[in-house]
Design a protein around this ligand. Structure first.
Ligand code: ATP
Ligand code: MG
Length: 354
């Protein structure tokens, strides 16, 4: 599927643990247009593309690059400008507070604090930070800083993928930041829950700033595994049942009670994230929760989250502000939650960078 001509475009690629999603966007007369999209899902959903090994990413760059090349060829993507995502589970996040100081003094103060908070040697990571302009913090003579550290060897792997692809790597961005750009640019605080193949990410965004980023070791895999074991059926059959029946109330009485305890681990993680955020920002109230990642499509999930958390819950639609041919509406609506990160990555090159 290719449409739109001429203007420069950017390709965002989200290399997930179980699938690769890509979105090509183009800017035309101030509007952002979808030029192309593609996805690769391995033949068996049991297979991992990125093994989640004790929080670090270990994978074979050539193998991933070969798969991406194939999607690019099939989708006839021409642009060489690329933005890639880094998984949350490969990164360290911490919110620190500094006393009010001159802007030029801030980098040294952050580096000094980083030694205390980053659990690996500081020489082995790339440090990045966002200064959050919180009025209340400034009134208290404090500067809030979200500190992010990514191991250098992981960054090198992604640079190598871009090199093998012959692409111009414009940026590397942690998946939650990309997703926040695609789903929660205005208002807030908004909590995004991305339930994917092997991990769940919880992100709180307020006024276009990411405030909190948590990673949970619960995912689609655990839901299917619980069904497969308890019902004594194959993983593939369990996957099918989960996708079609999910948490629907009218479903046979076996499925929902097996899935609920796994979903409740995610709900518990969400509550922990909200409490951590509110303890630092007691005057705030979470305005809504956005369900993202492939599992957001599970029947009954939105209603279950609403009933448990008493907060408005929506399914992610990262394409809502993007121009595309009306004929694609239903498809993009259906695949939206899986593409949140990829859309946010490509958008990065067209919107103001933080
Ligand atoms: N309708 C559905 N109901 C339930 N689960 C679904 C549905 N559609 C897709 N999924 C699940 O979503 C998962 C993939 O989601 P996603 O593409 O967000 O994962 P990923 O990005 O590869 O993983 P991660 O974010 O953990 O790295 C698959 O395990 C798939 O079974
Ligand atoms: Mg993902």
């Amino acid at each position: 599927m290719v449409f739109g001509f001429g203007m420069p475009s950017v390709l965002g690629i989200d290399i997930g643990t179980t699938s690769i999603k890509m979105v090509e966007l183009q800017q035309e007369k101030g509007r952002i247009k979808l030029k192309n999209y593609g996805e690769y899902i391995p033949p068996s959903s049991k297979r991992e593309l990125l093994p989640v090994e004790s929080g670090f990413v270990s994978f074979f760059e050539e193998g991933i690059a070969t798969i991406i090349k194939e999607i690019i060829r099939e989708a006839k993507i021409k642009t060489k400008d690329l933005v890639l995502s880094l998984p949350v589970f490969s990164s360290f996040f911490t919110l620190i507070e500094l006393p009010l100081m001159e802007p030029k003094e801030i980098p040294a103060a952050i580096r000094f604090q980083a030694y205390q908070y980053i659990p690996v040697p500081i020489e082995e990571v790339v440090l990045n930070w966002v200064i959050i302009e919180e009025r209340e913090a400034l009134l208290e003579n404090k500067i809030q800083v979200l500190l992010v550290a990514v191991p250098k060897d992981i960054i090198e792997k992604y640079i190598k993928i871009a090199k093998i692809l012959g692409c111009n790597l414009k940026s590397l961005e942690i998946e939650s930041f990309a997703e926040a750009r695609a789903l929660a640019r205005e208002g807030g605080p908004i909590l995004i829950v991305n339930i994917g193949g092997r991990t769940t990410n919880i992100t709180i965004v307020d006024n276009d700033f990411v405030r909190l980023c948590h990673n949970l070791d619960v995912s689609s895999f655990d839901l299917t595994n619980a069904l497969s074991k308890r019902m004594n059926i194959s993983f593939e059959r369990a996957e099918e049942i989960r996708k079609t029946k999910g948490l629907l109330k009218e479903t046979d009485t076996l499925v929902t009670p097996i899935l609920v305890p796994v979903i409740d681990k995610i709900i518990f993680g969400v509550e922990e994230g909200i409490n951590a955020y509110l303890s630092k920002n007691p005057q705030k109230k979470i305005q809504k929760i956005i369900l993202s990642g492939g599992v957001a499509n599970m029947p009954g999930l939105t209603d279950y989250f609403t009933s448990r958390l008493a907060i408005k819950v929506e399914r992610a639609n990262p394409f809502s502000e993007i121009l595309y041919p009306p004929v694609l509406h239903e498809t993009l609506e259906a695949i939206g939650p899986s593409f949140s990160v990829a859309v946010g990555l490509a958008l990065r090159e067209f919107l103001e960078k933080k």
